[in-house]
Ligand binder design. Sequence first.
Ligand SMILES: Cc1cc2nc3c(=O)[nH]c(=O)nc-3n(C[C@H](O)[C@H](O)[C@H](O)COP(=O)(O)OP(=O)(O)OC[C@H]3O[C@@H](n4cnc5c(N)ncnc54)[C@H](O)[C@@H]3O)c2cc1C
Length: 386
Amino acid sequence: MTYLPESEERVALRESVAAFAAKYGRDYFAECARTGRKTEEMWLEAGKLGFIGVNLPEEYGGGGAGMYELAIVMEEIAAAGTGLLMLVVSPAICGNVIARFGTDEQKQAWLPGLADGTKTMAFGITEPDAGSNSHQITTTARRDGSDWILNGRKVFISGVDQADAVLIVGRTEDAKTGKLKPALFIVPTDAENFEYKQIEMELLNPEKQFQLFLDDVRLPAEALVGSEDAALSQLFAGLNPERIMAAASAVGMARYALGKGVEYVSDRTVWKVPIGAHQAIAHPFAQGKIQLEMAKLMMQKAASLYDAGDDWGAAEPANMAKYAAAEAAVAIVDHAVHSLGGNGLTTEYGLAPLLSLARIARVAPVSKEMILNFVSQTSLGLPKSY
Ligand SMILES: Cc1cc2nc3c(=O)[nH]c(=O)nc-3n(C[C@H](O)[C@H](O)[C@H](O)COP(=O)(O)OP(=O)(O)OC[C@H]3O[C@@H](n4cnc5c(N)ncnc54)[C@H](O)[C@@H]3O)c2cc1C
């Protein structure tokens, strides 16, 4: 398996995404977040340029590449300070799951729109009483003739207000308890008895989080994606890409903060030399740079394994990359804010909001501790405490 050096096509993709994202930039993103405006024009342009659907099959309007390329798109967009969260969800989780397990009709109905950005799909697995423990989800689907009736609650679901549908992870009545056998349903956001309510978050981000209420939502048989008790394999088709994209987003944000911090300390002089000459300021940036490059390498390993069809092999590096990228982003953002002194907290310099945004990667889509649990049990074979 080779994933380095990057091919000319990948370098060209990186450069064109970076040039595209630079046109928008952090100020545009922050302004959208402050005024409640959506980043629709950026999203649609990214779709038109083929960035959003780069991983989706060509026959359904995608770019025919893989998660490696979509991670490049995510990383470069985040490195411009415009980390579109819905990239993690719509093409990476939902697009991959539909492309791999959907029927021809589902692919026709969704993939071209998900690829060019004219359709967006959110993803809902988290529940109020089953956060880190997805085995405890209670959103239930029961059959009524050929229809499905869904009931349940979801929480922290991103971008529902800008989505055409949500890919809901539930379980069928027959598999109501015990080990999770997920059943995935495409639920249109305008379905009857489907409601959503925005959660007020202390995050300066245009993409919002929502609580979902499903009370006897009636869906046709074809709303089910794949088999009704596909065990975890179908879900993994979406969850590994989710972790790879969360890593790419954190790597991009870390690059953005590192760039801003280094630029500032290279210039700011309060004694005889720029403050960046002092090792107390320089070394944490150097450490951050090492952490972020290692995280990126692990992310590229995970994406390469996923693209080679090795879902199980991708799971360990995808989790490790997400963990390492989140820790790098949190540390770099913290040190960048600190190194700007008072300016680190000003609106003008725009770094302070990243203090909370970087922490998203630590808790979502899977928390730091749950990754440590995964590595303890799966990689090291240690017993489980829960
Ligand atoms: C900005 C944002 C966007 C999100 N978007 C989505 C989305 O689009 N779709 C979606 O489905 N979800 C989404 N989520 C939800 C996210 O995946 C969950 O918040 C996350 O999985 C943690 O669940 P929880 O919040 O219920 O925390 P809890 O499960 O309550 O955990 C709280 C703390 O306890 C720790 N903990 C729990 N169990 C253990 C254990 N066994 N060992 C050690 N420590 C443990 C956790 O690590 C964590 O630090 C989003 C969250 C955020 C913040």
